[in-house]
Ligand binder design. Sequence first.
Ligand code: HEC
Ligand code: HEC
Length: 272
Amino acid sequence: MNWLSDNINLLALIAAVVIVVLTVLVAGKYIKQMKTDRSTGELAKENWDGIGEYKNELPSGWAYTFLGAMIWGLWYFAIGYPVNGYSQIGEYNEEVAVHTKMFESKWANADRQTLQEMGEGIYLVQCAPCHGIAGDGMDAKAADLTVWGSAAGVLDTIKNGSKGLGYPMGEMPAGLLDGDSAKRVASYVANGMKGEKPAEFAACAGCHGVDGKGMGGMAPDLTKYGTPSFVADVLNRGKKGYIGTMVSFKGRLTPIQEKAVGTYILSLSRGE
Ligand code: HEC
Ligand code: HEC
């Protein structure tokens, strides 16, 4: 490597030599002075093992710099940083918001197939640790999603009750109906409450309302059971259920991601 081929290198090299030479000269001068010079001036009263201290004025340059630094420090603490300071977390949040917006508009009209594929990816990362890769709930460690969302899921809820979503109505008791009447109600609810209403639905209307819509938020809206928007509601609430606690995913997934993961898990119970 040729050290002198580059001007910048050459300048740096010259500067380094100058610094070394100046340091040696200045240090030498003071060492010599220490040997010959005697200081004069008034000594302070205190001394430490016979070593005293001169009563010197503060060097004014130093004093002004010190004062200036203090004023700047107060300004920076009270105004400078809070008002226009750079924040790494702020920048991160802004970037995430921009990307989320791009993501939401890019996939705003995604078809079912796309949502389901996107949902599978989200599911495997976010949900599979509790619900299992196949969605079966891993020996009842979490809800069995191969059932939940279908008529069999409603039947299961009627049989075992439900709790932990945090609705004002509280807990849904187990065993409100059984046998064929439970099955009729279950398939009615799982089909989005379309078609003829079975008479036994009266057992549900007290809490879910005659129209099943949950009486203005008192209990879940059964007309949405088995849709991605019902899943999104579960995700935002979390669930302190019978077999464990599901954390709330509020703010952790975008609306489209919620829809995607909902589409995916509902495909499990429908064998799609
Ligand atoms: C005593 C009031 C009450 C009655 C009666 C009732 N429910 Fe519920 N239901 C609730 C509440 C409260 C919830 C939310 C429970 C939770 O926090 O998990 C709920 C939740 C549900 C869910 C969603 C739970 C899940 O598995 O995702 C379904 C489905 C459901 N009820 C169906 C029915 C049906 C069908 C009937 C009639 C046989 C019925 N409910 C009767 C209060 C009731
Ligand atoms: C920390 C473990 C955990 C994670 C992570 C988790 N869940 Fe759950 N989930 C549970 C448990 C436990 C239950 C059942 C509680 C009960 O019914 O006793 C449940 C219940 C459910 C239910 C049924 C709700 C109802 O009303 O009965 C749905 C739907 C669901 N989870 C979807 C998801 C999705 C989608 C994800 C990923 C975005 C997810 N869960 C992540 C533990 C988890």
